[in-house]
Design a protein around this ligand. Structure first.
Ligand SMILES: [Zn+2]
Length: 273
């Protein structure tokens, strides 16, 4: 069910963000513009012949391997989840995102730089009501040892459990508000895995400036926020849901990732009624 709560917002002013893609390693520049009410999030690839644009949504997710890629035909934009986590925390509803490459910049590996830049653009209130997808019946998805559950709730709550070998170990997060202070949580990986990805031509922009790199048998590098890995997983979930629309529910994820996040978002979109 969709419920009206508050009003939609866009940016007051255009915002520009420059950086490098995590997987391509190439420079990329993004221009984020205000958009009319009820238009949602429209991505335009400025580097492709003719202007190619599409509206974001769970049904436009074409790849969930290590990050979330949106696309329509040959027009693709990768690693969108950190941008959307910042958009969700700022409660923005309508934006045009112009990009000159295939991937959003990784910046420092967290949603925080997107949040800071978008905030500089200022928020503009729009006439139309904000429509929230309210969970009415429990939903769940499973994939081997991973699962995700959505339960009815009046607000927005995330419970995330992440389990990995030491030095990460067992980590959990349960939170309903004050997401802003968690936005600096960075993406993470293992040193061996990073080497393997680079061999395959992936994660070319990956370094300790844009991720926490763990080494087996060594202490964890200093965290920016307590339990930074599980906090980052929760932010990924928030971003993967926000490319759909604001949601009201209690989301419980155990060892989940972009694939399960997207399965849930697709189901929410399909059943919005
Ligand atoms: Zn992430």
């Amino acid at each position: 069910m969709l419920v009206r709560r508050g009003q939609q917002h866009t940016l007051e002013n255009t915002v520009k963000i420059k950086g490098r893609g995590l997987h391509t390693g190439g420079p990329v520049s993004v221009t984020i513009k205000p958009a009319p009410e009820d238009s949602g999030f429209v991505f335009c690839r400025k580097d492709l012949p003719g202007e190619q644009c599409f509206k974001a949504g769970p049904d436009k997710v074409v790849d969930t391997n290590r990050s979330t890629t949106l696309g329509e035909g040959k027009c693709r934009v990768g690693t969108v989840e950190h941008f959307f986590a910042a958009v969700a925390v700022l409660k923005l509803d309508n934006l045009i995102v112009e990009i000159d490459g295939p991937e959003m910049p990784i910046l420092d590996g967290s949603p925080y730089p997107f949040f800071i830049e978008l905030k500089k653009g200022g928020k503009k209130k729009q006439e139309a009501s904000r429509l929230w997808r309210k969970i009415e019946e429990p939903l769940f998805f499973r994939d081997c040892f991973s699962s995700i559950v959505a339960l009815p709730a009046e607000g927005f709550r995330v419970t995330y459990v992440f389990i990995a070998p030491p030095p990460i170990g067992h980590q959990a997060l349960d939170r309903e508000e004050n997401w802003e202070e968690l936005l600096p949580a960075r993406t993470f990986g293992w040193e061996e895995e990073a080497k393997e990805l680079k061999k395959r031509g992936l994660a070319r922009g990956g370094s300790e400036e844009c991720a926490i790199i763990f080494r087996q048998g060594e202490e964890a590098p200093p965290y920016r926020v307590p339990n930074e890995p599980v906090v980052h997983k929760a932010l990924d979930l928030i971003g993967d849901l926000a490319l759909y629309r604001p949601v009201l529910g209690h989301f419980i994820a155990v060892r989940a990732g972009h694939k399960l996040h997207n399965q849930l978002a697709r189901e929410l979109q399909a059943g919005e009624g």
